[in-house]
Structures are given as C-alpha cells and as structure tokens.
Write a protein that binds this ligand. Structure first.
Ligand code: ADP
Length: 513
C-alpha cells in the first residue's frame, strides 16, 4: 500500500525517466543476449541451414547435364566447397573455392569412412570438425607434406592431443549419398567454413557498452525534455483551475501543443463559462427572491403598524390586505418548494384517472368572485367530459397557473377563453387571453425560472416568476407537449396536449413488442 502511494506521488518527469530507463535497459539486455550470448549459436545454425539448402539443391539436380556449372556457381555464391564422388571415391565434380576446405584434402580412405558413416546415419550426415586438427597434422607431424589423412570425430583416427578451442576455425561438413538415374551411388560432400566469431563478439561488447552509456544519457535528456513539454501545460491548467475554484470565472484555459491538454482546456473553459452562468443566475435568484419576499413583508409590517398606532385604521379592508399579502407569501414559498422538488427529480407522479374537464370547471369556479367583482369574463369551451390518467394535484396546478397568468395579463376586454378539444390520442387545452402578448424573442425565455418579461414588479400584476416553470416541469413529467402562441398587442394562447390513457397503453404495448 505504501509503495502504491509513493508511486502515485512521483511527478511526470520521474515517471518518464523511469520508463525510459526501463525501456532502454530491456532493449540493451536483448541486444546483449542476441549479439553476444546467442550470436555463436545463431551463426552456426544459419551456416548449417545454408549448407543443407545447398546440399539439397545439388541433390535435386544430380542428374542434370549442367551439374558441374551449377555446382561451381553455387559454391561461389554461397562460399562453400563441393565435392561429388562416385562409388570408387573418384571425383565426378569438384568446386574448390578455398584452401581451408577440408574435403579437398580427403583421400580415398577418409572418403570411404565418411561414406560408411553417412550410410549408417541414414544417407545424410552433418559434422563439425575443428580446423586446427587438420592443420597441425598436416604441417608439423608430416613435415609439411599433405598425406591425405584426416581424423574426424567418430573415426578411429581421433587425434586427442590437438586443441579444439572455441576460437578455432571449424569446418561444417555435409555428406549425403544419392542414387543417380543410372543407378550409380554418389557421395555429395559440402564444406562450409565457420570462422571464429569471438573477436567480433568482443568488438560488439565494447560497442554495446558505449551504446549503453549513450542510450542511457539520451533517454535521460529525452525524458527531461519530454516531461517538461508534457507537464508544463498541465501545471498551467492546474493553476488556472485553482483560480477557478477560488471563484475567478474569467480565468482562461489555453495552450498545450497536444490534443489531450487542448481538449481538457476547452472542457474547463466550458465548465468555467457554465459556472459563471450559474453564479449569475444564483445572484439574480437571490435578488428576485429577496425582492419578492420583502414586498409583501413590508406591506404586512406597514399595515399592522398602521392598524396598531392610528385610531380608526383597524378596518376589515386593511386586515384583508394583510391577509392577501400573507397568501402571496405562502404562494411564493410553496411555488419555490414545488419547483425545487420537481426539478431535483426526486418527485414522482401519482397517477390517477380523473375528469380533466371537471377539474377545469372547479378551477374556473374559484374565479367567480373575481368575475363578479372586477368584470372578468371567463368562458370554458368544451364538447365532452374527458378522463385522463395523470397526477391530479399537479395538473390542476398547471391549469391554475395558466388561467392565473391569463387573468393577470388579460387585456382591456377582460376576456379569457379556456378551450378543451379531444384529438386522436390526446386532449388539447388552450388558455387564451387578449392581453398585451409576448414579444417573439421572449417566448422561449418565459418558461425559465424567475423570468419575468416586465421586471418592474407592477403591483397590478403579481407573480412569482415561477408559474410557467412549474407548468413546464409538470407537463414534461407527463410527456405532454406544450407551447405558446402570442402576438404583441393581440394576446396569447398557452396550450398543452396531454396523452390519453388508451393511447399511453398503446405506446406501452408497442414499446414492449
Ligand atoms: P409570473 O409569476 O411572473 O407570471 P410566470 O412564470 O407564470 O411568472 O410567467 C413568466 C412571464 O411570462 C411573466 O412574468 C409574463 O411576463 C409572461 N407571461 C406569462 N403568461 C402571460 C400571458 N398570458 N400574457 C402575457 N405574458 C405572459
């Protein structure tokens, strides 16, 4: 656990350096292994494979009339010596490209021995013979005279006293017995010289040591440069983010010459602009709420004081004003609570079947006194009673808010029309007034919380600025369409279309299928 914590604390620079160093170390270890440890075996394996391939291709052309030319060409290209002898060990073809080739020093006796060993071995044989054996034998023991006697491993004439050190040159001898078309048995001999690679390995080791130092230094420099390039914009962004956290929404997130950091910066810029909007909204909200709360409170305070101090002012009318203001305050607080509950998403709908038409009738009945006293004329136009499946309390709130707005913003004629029409799949309700209307560019905004077209808070038009936002939230929860059509000076039509129970059932069914 401690180790993990420590690793997490490492900065990008140290992480990069560590990774680079690890990477270089792995590459170098691989290089060391392949260039020094396995080089010898690789080299021998390749040589053996090559010798076998040459031998095989000679065997495949053994009946060709141009075999001699072919053997010469092959020997030259692959740096091998070739000898093809018949059953009496007489040369049929020979390609002697190097004095180091042992097979050309073989006499009849050795050839017979090789022939026998090859036969015992199933017709093909590979042998690696140290070159030193031949040379010492050839030069010192027989006074420089080539005696044509060569001891090879497995033979009776093994020469134990001669060195076969690793650094010595070796001969790779391939022998194969084949039958020609004429039924004659021939022995194909191929000699490939394996030069000692120890000096090469030593050179490579020195080079590798140098490469190791250079690579480590380079990786260090690269890691430092890279980490600086990568970490610089991150540090810059981090500092800007800290400023943002402290409330500076004007801070700019820019820079970075790679995609990820640019994307991060643009995301943070977006977050900053959204935060600043929220902040502006919060300020406006507090200003609005405090204004809305203060107005009725001032009225209540003022009237109460007046009724207490001034004789004769303790009238039912004044008491009514206090009551009205109290109702207004209660409404405001209720609206605020409702909306925050609706918008928090914690509120669920309680669906029941009820008559929407009856609900509208009851709401309009509340305005009876208003219509009688102030001359308002509210007409409900409907053809049939419509039953809906919805949240009754919330839907009545929607209708009430729309009618209330229509009353508040009604025109000189004080006429309000509520129209209910049954359409295929839904019921459409319209609340129409002939008031001042709403300017087209404001139409979108009126559904927002606390939005009021006229911010001067006229006493005649009393609103919380929350009504339409509650309407919007409730209708959206019911998957109802809604909208407004309005013309300045002519009036507004607020409408919604609530899906009917049968229709909802159909949708459910089709969704399940
Ligand atoms: P309020 O409580 O201020 O009426 P609403 O959310 O109900 O708040 O309405 C938002 C704004 O939309 C109102 O302030 C008013 O400017 C405008 N508005 C709403 N209904 C009407 C209407 N029937 N005619 C004209 N303007 C309207």
């Amino acid at each position: 656990m401690k180790g993990v914590k420590k690793a997490a604390k490492l900065g990008i620079r140290w992480k990069l350096i560590t990774y680079f160093a690890l990477f270089v170390a792995v590459i170098l270890v691989l290089l060391w292994l392949f260039q020094t440890v396995f080089l010898d075996s690789f080299y021998k394996a390749i040589k053996t494979r090559n010798a076998q391939a040459c031998g095989d291709s000679i065997v495949s052309k053994i009946n060709s009339p141009n075999l001699g030319d072919y053997i010469n060409e092959l020997a030259r290209q692959n740096d091998v010596c070739v000898r093809v002898v018949n059953g009496e060990m007489r040369d049929l073809y020979s390609a002697d490209i190097s004095p180091d080739c042992l097979i050309h020093h073989y006499g009849t006796f050795q050839l017979f021995l090789i022939y026998n060993y090859t036969k015992e071995n199933g017709g093909m044989r590979f042998e690696t013979v140290p070159q030193t054996q031949y040379q010492s034998f050839y030069s010192s023991d027989f006074g420089g005279q080539e005696i044509g006697l060569y001891p090879f491993s497995g033979g009776d004439l093994q020469m134990g006293q001669l060195t076969t050190g690793e650094s010595a040159m070796e001969s790779l001898i391939y022998s194969r017995i084949v039958k020609t078309e004429a039924g004659q048995e021939v022995l194909v001999l191929l000699n490939s010289t394996i030069t000692p690679i120890n000096p090469t390995v030593q050179t490579i080791q020195v080079q590798l040591a140098l490469i190791t130092i250079v690579a480590l230094l380079l990786s260090l420099v690269l890691a430092v440069v890279l980490s600086q390039k990568i970490s610089k914009p991150i540090i810059k962004t981090n500092n800007a983010a800290k400023e943002l956290a402290q409330g500076n929404y004007e801070v700019s997130f820019e820079g970075g010459d790679y995609r990820e950091i640019r994307e991060l910066n643009s995301t943070l810029s977006y977050a900053a602009s959204e935060l600043s909007k929220v902040e502006a909204l919060r300020k406006e909200l507090i200003a609005n709420i405090s204004h809305d709360l203060r107005t009725p409170l001032t009225m209540i305070g003022g009237y109460s004081e007046m009724m207490r101090d001034i004789p004769g002012e303790n009238t039912p009318e004044n008491a009514q004003i206090i009551l009205d203001e109290t109702t207004r305050l209660t409404n405001l607080v209720n609206d605020m609570l409702n909306l925050s509950r609706l918008q928090s998403g914690t509120q669920t709908l309680t669906l029941t079947e009820f008559s929407l038409t009856q609900e509208i009738r009851e709401i309009l009945a509340r305005y009876n006194s208003l219509t009688k006293r102030d001359g308002y004329h509210i007409v409900f136009d409907y053809k049939e009673d419509v039953t809906v499946e919805a949240d009754q309390v919330r839907m009545s709130q929607v209708i009430y808010n729309l009618v209330n707005n229509a009353v508040n913003y009604a025109g000189q004629d004080k006429e309000i029309l509520v129209r209910q029409r049954l359409k295929p799949g839904f019921v459409r309700v319209e609340v129409i007034d002939h008031g001042e209307g709403i300017e087209p560019e404001k139409l979108e905004l009126i559904w927002d919380r606390y939005y009021k077209v006229d911010k001067t808070h006229r006493r005649a038009v009393v609103g919380t600025g929350l009504g339409l936002s509650i309407v919007k939230s409730v209708l959206e929860m019911h998957s109802a369409k809604y909208g407004v059509e309005s013309a300045v000076g002519e009036g507004s039509t607020f409408w919604f279309e609530l899906p009917l129970p049968e229709y909802l059932a159909q949708i459910d069914e089709s969704q399940q299928q």
